[in-house]
Ligand binder design. Structure first.
Ligand SMILES: Cc1cc2nc3c(=O)[nH]c(=O)nc-3n(C[C@H](O)[C@H](O)[C@H](O)COP(=O)(O)OP(=O)(O)OC[C@H]3O[C@@H](n4cnc5c(N)ncnc54)[C@H](O)[C@@H]3O)c2cc1C
Ligand code: FES
Length: 308
């Protein structure tokens, strides 16, 4: 059942991708690459049509080659003048590892976007922006634009250890206050991002809205931390996506007891309303297939390195 659906879907998805190309002529060339951590890479990509419209909170769907799967990645930054989009990704499986093998001058076959609803940037007062792990890249443009709109921005960023932390300088530049944490205490404050979050709220300081972006489990605990204080907490849900345009239903999540599609209704939602257990369960649906795909990819890579 699944296979024919995917095959039929790909024709449709290609048409969707083509609508973002100008006359089918855009070339999604990599113009810069940076290793932010041993497992986190940054790519800047020439995509003028996407860069012209991209806003904080949105994402793109990327395909590395003609036979490749479609993966969603947040637009971590955009430059309307040069027509470039920055993506930051963690190498967790086959496609992100394959993407990580590309270098400057290489091209992607498709780069669809901007997708999803942008962050509602407004003047709220004092806001807290929490970024965990690769989520730091996603929270960066949100913090920057919220500050640009006149908010006082307090940011909290965290990673498992010092080697996985990045963009501290960029986050400092767009925040009025920045708190940095590592789970193991190898750098800055020891502990999870939820600890300074709770402390800030416990001081009685007026906080108007909170954004938290990172692994689902981190966002769940941020939402649980803020709930007793009654401060609106917005999260960005990374449910599994295929088309990214509301057609396949793959990204469905439950928010406030209702089914929503993260790709078109989100990805940002009220964290206090999200059914986190369902999201975490659905993220694991293809674990076996993902494991197998990675094994085959690693084996093929090892074989080609040995010149077999
Ligand atoms: C809106 C959105 C924005 C995202 N932004 C970023 C980002 O900026 N940087 C980043 O590193 N990651 C981001 N992700 C997650 C990223 O899409 C997955 O890490 C990637 O798809 C994994 O693919 P893989 O083949 O390397 O790994 P796999 O081994 O296939 O999967 C590893 C895990 O990644 C998740 N995943 C797999 N396929 C998909 C898919 N098609 N859609 C969503 N999740 C998937 C699943 O939880 C899975 O267990 C985002 C996800 C969403 C939904
Ligand atoms: S990814 Fe298909 S409906 Fe959202």
């Amino acid at each position: 059942m699944w296979e024919p659906f995917v095959l039929r879907g790909f024709d449709l998805f290609d048409a969707v991708t083509d609508t973002t190309r100008e006359g089918g002529l855009d070339v999604y060339r990599i113009t810069a690459k940076e290793d932010l951590t041993p497992v986190t890479k940054l790519l800047r990509i020439e995509a003028p049509a996407v860069a012209r419209k991209a806003k904080a909170g949105q994402f793109v769907i990327v395909r590395v080659n003609e036979r490749g799967e479609r993966i969603p990645l947040t637009t971590a930054d955009y430059d309307r003048d040069s027509g470039e989009i920055t993506i930051v990704f963690q190498e967790v499986g086959k496609t992100t590892k394959l993407l990580g093998t590309l270098g400057v001058g290489d091209e992607l076959v498709s780069f669809t976007g901007p997708l999803g609803r942008p962050t509602e940037i407004d003047k709220y007062g004092t806001v807290i922006c929490v970024g965990g792990g690769v989520g730091i890249a996603a929270i960066y443009p949100i913090a920057r634009d919220l500050r640009g709109a006149g908010n006082i921005v307090i940011s909290i960023i965290g990673a498992r250890n010092k080697s996985l932390l990045f963009w501290e300088d960029k986050m400092r530049a767009v925040s009025d206050e920045l708190i940095v944490c590592t789970d193991d205490g190898s750098y800055a404050r020891k502990g999870l991002v939820t600890e300074p979050l709770k402390e800030l709220l416990s001081t009685g300081r007026k906080v108007d809205v909170i954004w938290a972006i990172g692994p689902a489990i981190m966002m769940k605990f941020c939402a649980l931390t803020t709930q007793p204080f009654g401060v609106k907490t917005i999260v960005s849900l990374d449910s599994i996506m295929v088309d990214g345009t509301g057609m396949c239903g793959c990204c469905r999540v439950e928010v406030g007891g209702e089914t929503r599609f993260a790709c078109v209704d989100g990805p940002e939602f009220d964290g206090h309303q999200v059914n986190w257990d369902l999201l975490l369960e659905r993220q694991r649906i293809y674990l076996e297939q993902e494991k197998r795909a990675l094994e085959l990819f690693e084996a093929a890579r090892a074989e080609s390195k040995e010149g077999r």
